[in-house]
Design a protein around this ligand. Structure first.
Ligand SMILES: Cc1cc2nc3c(=O)[nH]c(=O)nc-3n(C[C@H](O)[C@H](O)[C@H](O)COP(=O)(O)OP(=O)(O)OC[C@H]3O[C@@H](n4cnc5c(N)ncnc54)[C@H](O)[C@@H]3O)c2cc1C
Length: 405
């Protein structure tokens, strides 16, 4: 049994940042266990067709958290990143319009504009109807039938593996909030009003993929990280962890950034064991295509049910000097490629990609985190907290948590 002060499960952005901040404080008594042979988690990159490709899907560093950016720039200096104004689009009604759709209706031909405007006017939130509690009803209530039927419902059912009926609405404040008046004004003035919910401006490395700063962060702690060490079991009461190969670790504090259902929590209460089974996620395949995407956008949302993928990442438009694009497809739909010419292209499956905001998730994760914390086992990050967090958010949280040690 190896003993340590801090045991960190997972070497993605959360685990790496937590470890690095401990080290910054002079604390070196920690071990990071990682199941893969390299660090970075969903933010990893790999060279494909001569340039980096982000195997966890399209990743960009939001400019909105300067402290986080400064921390990341310690490992890949700021002058080694390009900065972009977001150009993301939606393929809908035979057109390619900017995101968010409700702010871009003016980009459609006039006939289509009228359809969308009338539908938004009749949306429940504009007529005073009570707010529904189920996802599909909420989307109709908020944005009207046209946006719901042509974009939001098909897009989200593709992205969340058809489990829309299980989703709650508590997370939807993340969506852009554009009123009917703003929509009308934007159509009259032929310009987008309202704000982008995130990544309005973002950084992407000039010569590397998004994974590079995390590889360098990991290198700066190389003696503290054990690779190829998938965690099998966690005991809360003893604060011990057993890996698949039978290695045992014991710590004064455990920070877990790995999915709760990827290990056995042997001595959790029956309520917590049941809560863990309620945490759902979707898996996403990344597949590279060595063709011109035919768009200047950085990425494109694709709601059409006729193609399996939900998003196209136009690598050549943000990873300068590269060519091609990649598509993101949930696991259940990725099968459709079997009949396609693309099957021969590079592909990578991320088993844990999106934590699903199911109706009972909030209560489930709150219960798990509370019981674990009472034994000094802390859940952190996208999987430790089972939240749809971006990397800048998990880095900020990990910095705060470690700084309070
Ligand atoms: C398609 C997609 C697009 C995204 N786009 C953006 C974006 O543009 N910008 C942005 O900032 N963020 C984006 N994100 C979110 C970003 O990926 C996450 O916020 C970030 O990776 C979370 O870091 P983490 O360390 O919490 O989790 P992860 O990155 O998932 O890291 C968890 C680590 O734990 C390891 N692990 C898992 N199970 C075990 C086990 N049993 N034993 C040991 N180790 C284990 C994993 O291998 C991994 O290294 C996107 C995510 C997806 C899926």
């Amino acid at each position: 049994m190896k003993t340590t002060g801090y045991l960190i499960l997972g070497a993605g952005p959360s685990g790496l940042t937590y470890g690095r901040r401990l080290m910054d404080k002079g604390i070196t008594d920690f071990i990071i266990l990682e199941k893969e042979e390299s660090a970075g988690g969903l933010c990893r990159s790999q060279e494909v067709d001569g340039k980096p490709l982000d195997i966890g899907g399209g990743h960009f560093l939001d400019v909105r958290r300067p402290k986080v950016c400064d921390f990341v720039f310690r490992f890949l200096p700021q002058d080694q990143w390009n900065i972009f104004d977001r150009d993301s689009r939606i393929r809908v009604d035979g057109c390619e319009v900017s995101h968010p759709l409700e702010a871009s209706i003016w980009q459609f031909p006039e006939k289509i504009q009228d359809r969308y405007l009338n539908s938004i006017k009749k949306a429940g939130c504009n007529t005073g109807a009570p707010m529904p509690t189920h996802f599909k009803d909420w989307i109709r209530w908020k944005l009207g039938d046209e946006i719901a039927d042509n974009y939001m419902i098909p897009y989200n059912s593709k992205m969340f593996a058809d489990s829309l009926d299980e989703l709650g609405t508590y997370w939807l404040e993340k969506l852009p909030n554009v009123s009917f008046e703003e929509t009308l004004q934007s159509v009259k003035e032929h310009r987008s009003l309202g704000t982008q919910p995130g990544h309005a401006r973002f950084y992407y490395p000039k010569d590397y993929g998004y994974g590079e700063p995390f590889l360098r962060m990991a290198d700066s702690m190389q003696h503290n990280i054990v690779y190829n060490a998938p965690v099998k079991e966690l005991s809360l009461k003893d604060r011990t962890v057993t890996t698949m190969s039978g290695e045992k670790y014991q710590a004064q504090k455990i920070i877990t950034t790995i999915p709760w259902d990827s290990m056995m929590v042997t001595d959790a209460s029956s309520e917590v064991k049941e809560a863990i089974t309620k945490l759902k996620h979707s898996s996403v395949e990344i597949r590279y295509v060595n063709e011109d995407p035919g768009s200047k956008a950085h990425w494109i949302y694709v709601p059409s049910l006729e193609v399996p993928y939900h998003r196209i990442l136009c690598r050549c438009n943000f990873c300068l000097g590269s060519r091609g694009y990649w598509v993101e497809t949930v696991k259940s739909r990725a099968e459709a490629y079997k009949a396609s010419k693309w099957i021969k292209n590079f592909a990578y499956m991320n088993d844990y990609a999106y934590p699903l905001n199911t109706i009972d998730k909030r209560e489930a994760i709150a219960l798990i985190l509370k019981e674990a914390a009472s034994f000094n086992v802390i859940g952190l990050g996208r999987w430790g907290e089972h939240e749809h967090y971006n990397s800048d958010v998990v880095i900020e949280k990990a910095m705060e948590l470690a700084d309070n040690e």
